[in-house]
Design a protein around this ligand. Sequence first.
Ligand code: ATR
Length: 265
Amino acid sequence: MKKYLVIGNPIEHSLSPKLHNYWFKKNNIIAQYEKRKLSEKDFQNIIDDLRHGKISGINVTVPFKRSIIPFLDDLSSEAKKTKSVNTIYKTENKIRGHNTDIEGFTQSLERIKFKVEGKNSFILGAGGVTASIIHALNSLGASKVVISNRTREKAEELKKLFPKIEILDWGKKPSEFDIVINTTSIGLKDNEEIKLDFSKCENKLFYDLIYNPFETKFLSNAKKLKNKTENGLGMFVYQAQKSFEIWNGFLPKVEEKIFSMLAND
Ligand code: ATR
């Protein structure tokens, strides 16, 4: 039986096994997808298992999307540009890393019919996934990408990769934006809140990459102010869909019921 893995630390709450195993069953594929908590000293063994066919594919999640890179033979252009790998597979004896978070984010915007082209975007945070969001926004033709992070140096590192982005001090917001995306971990815990006054904002899109909790304070406050909101579940589902396609050669269907199945987990 083919075996797939998602590796990370922590990993208990990963929804990837549930989604991939659902698609395997639905498509009559005999395979098993598991989660595994690792540390970096285990990387070589896991990659060797992939090389020798004991594992057929790997998803990588927080905090390893960057640190796994030296263990791979080859990177897609997206993985190279963002220095972030979430999907690993074997091609002609090479172990290749790709980043499907970019496509996941892009498809999630498509699903809610939000057009980025010519729009101003504002990103909060400069963590591991932020480069994927910037890459997607640039590819979609955003007219401006402004980023703000508590530790300014990390935003400056991202500016080296994406010179056109603008950096704003933490605690400030741009005078105008069409979409604001939270890529920080603020909101994962109930008592945390982003301390920015969005009270004059309406008819914008507030996007939080967090999906557990399903609705962060960032999103519930935005909703009260008559803004559109989106959590990270769409991005999660579509990044998984692209990983599945890489490993199995076809795109599994994203049915509406998948969202309720995962949201109720
Ligand atoms: P990394 O990928 O760097 O390991 P991450 O969990 O992906 O970390 O990213 C965490 C993000 O949330 C960072 O942008 C972090 O800001 P810093 O770079 O200043 O650490 C941000 N973050 C987490 N907690 C925060 C808080 N209480 N206030 C402001 N920003 C916070």
